[in-house]
Design a protein around this ligand. Structure first.
Ligand SMILES: [Zn+2]
Length: 258
């Protein structure tokens, strides 16, 4: 926290600094949840439980300012320090939630599923967000509709159930007949609501539900990946080569900062 007011003020003033730091912060979030780099910044941070850097910087500045004020008056105790931190972390959460509710469409599906469970998601003591689970929570992964959108496939439709509908995460969770047996096992544990919001709610009920969802994700996505490799060749590495930094990605970052 040393020097916090200086770098926080500099960060607030400079869009360029915000952009550069957001890129680095996003890379960390992407690693934490093993996401494709196309996942929106706000969705990646939420899934990784990392607050937006600008809000974190503001909270640290407030903690620094208040601690300094009390220290000058010789009123700073360990108990008071803890109370300041707790209070500012609560404020940070409120600001984060407000920030998420005012964002545009980037990552909206994921954000809207997690927002109703915001505190539970951040405070949970169980559950790791794995590579396959992240794909189903974001829609960025081995789905024909997504691969088509980023021009890695020439057909967005699901080949698992006849090719008549778009292959999306929602189609995989709720509809595709190919995964009927896996889905039945999942529903036995988490219940019938397989909307993304319903699934997140179930995951946060406890470890058993989280593991059932995670198991569904691993089983289904492994098969989808194997079939995609057989159909189209090797799937690109989501972190290193897939896709490159595109103008669209830059525009996304810009829109998230402005
Ligand atoms: Zn299907």
């Amino acid at each position: 926290m040393y020097g916090a007011p200086i770098w926080c003020s500099a960060l607030r003033r400079s869009k360029e600094h915000q952009r550069n730091l957001n890129r680095a912060w996003k890379r960390i979030a992407i690693r934490v949840i093993s996401a494709y780099k196309t996942v929106a910044l706000d969705a990646a941070l939420l899934l990784a439980r990392l607050p937006p850097l600008i809000l974190l910087a503001d909270a640290r500045r407030r903690i620094y300012d208040e601690s300094s004020r009390l220290r000058r008056k010789k009123q700073l105790t360990a108990q008071r320090t803890r109370a300041i931190r707790t209070e500012e972390m609560l404020t940070l959460r409120e600001e984060w939630l407000d920030h998420l509710s005012r964002r545009g469409n980037w990552g909206r599906i994921t954000i809207e599923a997690v927002i109703p469970e915001f505190d539970c998601w951040l405070d949970r003591g169980h559950g790791r967000v794995s590579f396959h689970l992240t794909q189903l929570l974001t829609g960025h992964g081995c789905f024909s509709a997504f691969l088509y959108k980023i021009r890695k496939l020439d057909n967005p439709r699901c080949t698992s159930c006849g090719g008549a509908v778009l292959d999306t995460a929602d189609h995989t969770w709720r509809i595709c007949s190919r995964w009927e047996i896996n889905r039945r096992e999942l529903v036995e544990i988490v219940g019938p609501d397989l909307s993304l919001r319903g699934i997140v709610h179930a995951m946060l009920r406890g470890e058993r539900d989280w593991n059932a969802v995670s198991s569904f994700a691993n089983s289904v996505m492994c098969i989808k990946e194997e079939e995609e490799r057989a159909r189209e060749g090797i799937l690109p590495d989501p972190y290193l080569t897939f896709p490159p930094d595109t103008q669209e990605e830059m525009a996304q970052l810009d829109s998230e900062i402005d």
